[in-house]
Structures are given as structure tokens and as C-alpha cells.
Design a protein around this ligand. Sequence first.
Ligand SMILES: [Zn+2]
Length: 341
Amino acid sequence: MTAEPTLCAIVPPYVLDRLAEDGHEPAARSLALDAAHRAARLTAALPDRAAAADRLERVISDAAHRERLPGRTVRQEGEGAVPDQSVNHAYDGLGATWTLFSAVYGRHSIDDQGLRLDATVHYGQDYDNAFWDGRRMVFGDGDGEVFGDFTACIDVIGHELAHGVTQFTAGLEYRDQPGALNESVSDVFGSLVKQYALLQDAAEADWLIGAGLLAPGVQGVALRSMKEPGTAYDDPRLGKDPQPAHMRDYVRTGQDNGGVHINSGIPNHAFYLLATALGGRSWERAGQIWYDALTGRRLPADADFTAFARATVAAAKARYPEPEVADTVTASWAKVGISPT
Ligand SMILES: [Zn+2]
């Protein structure tokens, strides 16, 4: 079963909206492009499967600042680095994501059948976003004033490809609580891709999404913080990070598909609390529990936070016989105001 692909962009619409209202041209253009992408019917064929399902296969293309996909092929699997660092960053980030899912969870690419990983860099002029369109990853260069090159953050690449994993597994609907879970799962695996690549344990990790993406001079450290949702940025142009960390602060809004990039702070923080409480490498027990809940085929596409929390407790019990693990999962959800029992 494959859910309908949704266009999932890393920078939420409310951030670009605010910049655009402020007269920031690249943000206005990026918003218009994102709206066009959403409206376009995503009818392109899926990329090929790799020759062997357990083999990594990447194709990086260059849009050369135009708005046509895929662009010219510039680096394929096994080819050496090229002078263009955006190409190499995209190539490496796709590889790091594939490696986490393969080495840790035994998953063969995002569809578990060896789907080739395609990406396009240098999309559009000063395009302030990166997205997964259900078939490929697309990266803008950023405007250089508020956002830098979107290939620079390995967790952003992991985030976008994790949308593909969700699309091929739980198929969480992209609105309200299931949408916020969809976003949160992408933040969780995006952060795990980075932690795995850097061999960091839970205490060492920065738990930020998009660290280094904001241009110098912007008052902020990243797009989101799983450790302290709501603290990633507070800038005159960007506004303040609106993420809650607890159900009592849940934001009811018609914007952003019902706040999918806002309320994701709540399950994000639950994962952070679990990973740090268990300690050690987050991709091991905490990540495995989230992976099992997402891919276990029992989670409905319209799951709310409580349903997902229950799925993680069930996954913990199934995977780890010692009751402390499932108890720690329950306690982590309770700390963000969600009772799985
Ligand atoms: Zn996303």
C-alpha cells in the first residue's frame, strides 16, 4: 500500500508568509512555487528500483536555477566527488539516510524494495526551500540572506526522505494530528540520520532540525528544536518559533494543514525525552520503537497522538522483554500530556 504522495517542504508556509509580507522577494517567489507544486498533479513515474534491492543507487541532477525537473544528471552512484559541493552534499546526505535505514532497521531504501534515490539541486532562483514530491528530493540554494544552501543539512535530507518512508508505510494523512505525526516522524529520523553519521549518543546530539540553515545574522539556531520546542529562532523577520512542547499548548489553526509543522513539537519532545531517558544511541532502542510503530501496519492513516503513543508502547513491549523500556515510553508521552493507557 502506498499513500498518495504529499508535497512536504522543510520550511513551513507560515515562515515564508511572514517574510513575504515583509517584502522579502525570494520568500514570496518560493511560496508561489510551493503552491504550484502542491496544486500540480504528481503523475511522474517513480524512479527505477536498484538492480539489487539491497544496493544503494543515487542519481543527482542539476536544475541550473531553472524550475524544471529533473534537470541534467551530474553525479550517479559510484562516481567520485565533483567540484560542485551542493551535488556532493546531496549525494552524501542521500547515502547517509539510506545507510541508517539499511544498517539499523534492515530497510532497503525508502520503499523497502530498493527504490533509487533521486535528487535535484540548484532548483529555481534563490529558492528558499527543499521538498520531497513523492518521487524525488528537490533542493533550493536559499536566498543567502535568511536561508543558506538546503543541501548543507544532513538532517534536512533525512527528514525529507523519511516522508517517503511514511508514504510507503503508515501513510499518515497530512493534516491535523496525523499530519503533525507525519512531520514529527520525519524530524525524528532526520535527527537520527545526523546522530548516526556523527556517532553521537543522545546526550551529545543537538536535537535541532536544520542547524546551520539560517544565514548569518538571523537570530536563531535552526528551524526546530526537539529538546526545547519553541526556542529554535526568535527573529524580527522570521518571527518566533511557534512549536509547543506539551498538549496544554496545542495550537488549533487552519494554517499549515492544521499546524503540522507546529504541533509536531509535542511528539518530537516525547521522542527526545525517551531517547535521553534510555540513554546511549538514540537510533537503537528509541529509534527502533518509533520505526516499529510506523511500519508495523497497525497504525491507521488518521492516527492521532494517542493512537501513535499506544503503538509505540506496544512496539516497545513486543521488541524488549524488560518492562522498564515500555514504562519509559509511557512516561515520556505522559510528560508531554499524552496518556497511551
Ligand atoms: Zn516535512
